[in-house]
Design a protein. Structure first.
Lengths: 272, 272
């Protein structure tokens, strides 16, 4: 999340805007293929699992947001070193939402507590109900069901929703689920569930394998408000959540640390 | 490292070029103060230590490279969410050098083995000799001396040079150490030491608290070539190396994962 255009769309259903190139630079079209869907084999203990999508200009972005632009600025042939210039909007690819994204005066990227970037990882799998309902949400009942199977949610955990949407990443239209009015339809946390995770479970952050912590049709952005309003952070567009256990791994959020930022692309690793 | 200008400077001593604004955007001048020098207290076991400088337009960059540009593109008042657009050259701030930075056809950012991003951390402290010699380098003798004190370097380690330069970060002129000809003077690894760490110690990567793996006066970029040429990665401009033990911590490199990249800003954490 989130450009002003999509906020407006969610409220008033205005027509879907076209993409704009950022900084006037055309994105390089063929740098790499979109990552394939992950295998479902469980990782061995001690393995490192990459929960990050490869960031390309082909990755889905919110309507109104531009794709990443990458432009060569140095070359082996002329100086011995290659280098690119990068341009993007912060909420692109697998990325962090800092509290300041939603909350005026909220913590910016460099102000997050570093201890909160390493946490027990909990995965809530709602893929079965999401398969038939693009507006499915994680509910408090889902959290209670998880508890019934796996026990209490660890203290200071990071809780990730696995909806199965990560496997749609190569198809932006189904990943975003835009309807005829340009409104997105994709799973997320209900505002009530997000509040419950903060207030009752003491989580440090929450993540999704979709592009928004909220389900697409929530006009109030209840999950964003509950999480970021409580000083917690979010991570959107996670990958490979099907390959990590429901509990037992540790997540490390390689959050961006630019001053005054509202979020940004981050490398997210699970240590099993 | 490294713009074509600095490569040329190191070879022929041409005049120092002026900075250029990237993408035609002026950097926002006062987003945040430069981070202060770290305290020297040892971290408690189980702590997370941030080895990352806060990325601001005031951070030192190589001559010829622009500072990061950050421009608001979304606002709470008009849509409920703040967001910035970011523009920078990859080798800015605390950042990764992928093999492709130096080596034609070398691995790009998204192709690094994820297992190599989590490693035992070894810190080689050459701050005593560097205090009086801006061209000081880590030598094979320094590595042997470390072994004499701490034992063998762990397998698949990440080896960081602590020169003390991290404390100069707020003073770009002394951090870069540019002389009258525009040549940088700052510590690094000797090419021989870098080769030794790869061939004899089997490291996964190496880092420095300066802006280059090489000392500023090496015209052959021997450390870059030895490390990146062997498929290893580098991390430049590390912070807080004085606060982690010489051995015993684990480092996690939150490396960027954009397709085809030669490196980029990364969040680097030490788990003690």
């Amino acid at each position: 999340m989130c450009s002003p255009e999509i906020v407006r769309l969610a409220h008033d259903g205005a027509p879907r805007p076209s993409r704009r190139a950022m900084f006037g630079l055309a994105a390089l079209a063929a740098l790499a293929a979109v990552a394939p869907a992950p295998a479902l084999a469980a990782p061995r203990p001690g393995a490192v699992v990459d929960l990050t999508h490869t960031l390309t200009p082909q990755l889905p972005v919110w309507p109104g947001n531009p794709p990443i632009a990458m432009v060569p600025v140095a070359w082996h042939a002329s100086g011995g070193f290659d280098q690119l210039a990068l341009g993007y909007w912060e909420h692109t690819g697998t990325h962090l939402d800092a509290p300041a994204h939603r909350i005026p005066g909220g913590a910016t990227t460099e102000a997050l507590a570093v201890e909160d970037l390493v946490a027990p990882l909990v995965v809530l799998d709602i893929s079965a109900k999401a398969a038939g309902d693009a507006d499915a949400v994680v509910t408090v009942a889902d959290i209670d069901s998880w508890r019934g199977q796996h026990g209490e949610i660890p203290e200071r955990a990071f809780v990730a929703m696995y909806s199965g949407w990560e496997h749609r990443i190569a198809e932006p239209s189904t990943f975003l689920g835009l309807d005829a009015q340009g409104r997105p339809h994709a799973p997320g946390f209900s505002g009530e569930a997000a509040h419950h995770l903060v207030a009752q479970c003491g989580i440090v952050g929450a993540g999704v394998d979709t592009l928004s912590l909220d389900c697409g049709v929530d006009p109030d952005f209840g999950a964003h408000t509950a999480l970021l309003g409580a000083g917690r952070y979010g991570v959107e567009m996670l990958a490979n959540l099907a390959t990590v256990p429901p509990v037992g791994a540790r997540i490390v959020i390689g959050a961006p640390k630019h001053a005054g930022g509202t979020g940004g692309p981050c490398r997210v690793l699970a240590l099993t």
